[in-house]
Design a protein around this ligand. Structure first.
Ligand code: URA
Length: 194
């Protein structure tokens, strides 16, 4: 079955999920969106207020900043895939609880298995920790890590600060932009070495 249809089928299953309490307080499930055959998959933390309203990932202020950075490296949203660690908005934008992230993890794994991105770009500490636990984002940001994840196999990860955290923090913002600008080179390196 084409990847696009597999993702649509998966989305339907996610829409029906009520495995954790987040579904009781959010408006809707936000599975993610983008190109089913994307080479790059961005993974954030979880939907915020605007995302919960619109059912789309990264459409609030962090999303606008993400769009600005994508424009700098001439990447279009329709050529990438964007998802989150948890698909339902945590109340008051609190961090997802470890148990919520664990409960939602199989959905993210299925998305990755279908898309098979060459590069996963994690946005923020919570996203990084799902794949690279026991690492510090202050040390990991802007570096490419190759790791085997049992369910998905060998995978390339590139860690970034979260756009929402960096938005109003001058030095973190500059670091994030500089790290972001390296993405095309990182992808080229991966494609050359495969
Ligand atoms: N922050 C996230 O981590 N994900 C979104 O979708 C929006 C804001």
């Amino acid at each position: 079955m084409p990847k696009k249809l597999l993702l649509e089928k998966l989305n339907k299953q996610m829409f029906a999920c009520a495995q954790c309490a987040l579904r009781k307080t959010c408006h809707q499930v936000v599975p993610g969106e983008g190109y089913a055959k994307a080479k790059i998959m961005f993974i954030g933390e979880g939907p915020g207020k605007k995302e919960d309203e619109l059912g789309r990932p990264f459409v609030g202020s962090a999303g606008k900043f993400l769009d600005e950075m994508l424009a700098i490296i001439k990447l279009k949203r329709e050529n990438i895939y964007i998802a989150n660690v948890v698909k339902c908005r945590p109340p008051e934008n609190r961090d997802p609880l470890p148990q919520e992230a664990v409960t939602c993890w199989p959905w993210l794994l299925e998305q990755i298995k279908i898309i098979q991105p060459k590069l996963i770009v994690t946005l923020g500490r919570h996203s990084m920790e799902r794949f690279l636990p026991n690492h510090k984002i202050s040390q990991m940001h802007g570096t490419l890590v190759i790791k085997t994840i049992p369910e998905i196999g060998k995978q390339n990860f590139y860690t970034l600060y979260h756009p929402a955290a960096a938005l109003y923090n001058g030095s973190m913002r500059e670091t994030l932009i500089q790290d972001f600008k390296k993405i095309p080179k990182v992808l080229k390196k991966i494609e050359r070495e495969k």
